[in-house]
Design a protein around this ligand. Sequence first.
Ligand code: HEC
Ligand code: HEC
Length: 313
Amino acid sequence: MNQFTSPAWGYWIGAVTIVSLIGLFVFLRATARQTVFRDRQGKVIATTGHVWDDDLQEFNNPLPRWWMGLFVLTLLFAALYLVLYPGLGFWGGVLGFTSQKMYQQESRAYEARIAPIYAAYDKLDVARLSEDPAAMATGQRMFLTYCAQCHGSDAGGSKGFPNLTMQSEKSFLYGNQPATLVQTITDGRMGMMPPMGQALGSRQAVVDVANYVRSLSGLSHDAALAARGKPLFVANCAACHGVDGGGNQMIGAPNLSDQNWLFGSSLQTIEHTIEHGRTGHMPAQKDNLNADKIHVLAAYVYGLSHGRRAATP
Ligand code: HEC
Ligand code: HEC
């Protein structure tokens, strides 16, 4: 029983079930007794007097024995079932059956069946495993189940959710080497860029730095504003993003000098990022997925970022 439901319901359900079964039995006996109606002289009355459709009459016959027998059997079945299995309120049944236990048994049996497959995958390192088509088919299924809702079914990402198919290690927030991928998936990540509007002091300073940021990756920008923004960037941003804007994978500060953008490259978006900051949260998977599965998923992402394409689902 769950904590929000009053325990009285357990007794209520048990009582209703038992009373219904007894009631059915009494009802059955009562109707079975009055097998055939007789008149005052003791003569059998041929019909009950009910007529439908002009000439369809109900004869005055007892219920067939086989039918009665079946009915009694179903009552016995119900009684036996309620002794063996849960059904009467709090009564758990002498077999101790629960659907949860059944689920656990089945999933344990399943795990035991696939354990040898994962054991074989475990022997291959992430890079080698990413070349195994069967393992990658499994990896893709898991990716679609656990990751696609955020990273997209083609792993291409979207605003705030990183693209995992980038081919350059430097474009990754944290990196795409095997150990890094395993750590990202296992423990999750929390990227935080603080709001910098106040530190920069003025709206104009934000615009200047945003122009400088765009210049780092060769995007169109106002050269005079960018020149003013450069020292502001060195003073306020370089500690995290690097003097050349190359990023810092220890803290997940993105590379600002490439063509990959987590939030977007328009002047407006960059200004918004600088003024208000950004946070990204990749949830840890260690409570969801065991190490074997994370190994396969890491290999899948490794493959995607090393030239292998996401098979279209
Ligand atoms: C709830 C959304 C969500 C889910 C589900 C999710 N991720 Fe993420 N993931 C993110 C976000 C957001 C980030 C960026 C974190 C940051 O900004 O620091 C991220 C980052 C990553 C990174 C680091 C990328 C880089 O550039 O270094 C990898 C790798 C990754 N996720 C893989 C996975 C895998 C594999 C799964 C499935 C097991 C998964 N993610 C499930 C939201 C999610
Ligand atoms: C404390 C470290 C830190 C500082 C200081 C910092 N950033 Fe960031 N920045 C980050 C992190 C971490 C992210 C990624 C946030 C996320 O994962 O959601 C980020 C994201 C960004 C992005 C988004 C990039 C994209 O791909 O969409 C831009 C642009 C940016 N920062 C520019 C700046 C500028 C300009 C400054 C200085 C005014 C600055 N940052 C200061 C850590 C920092």
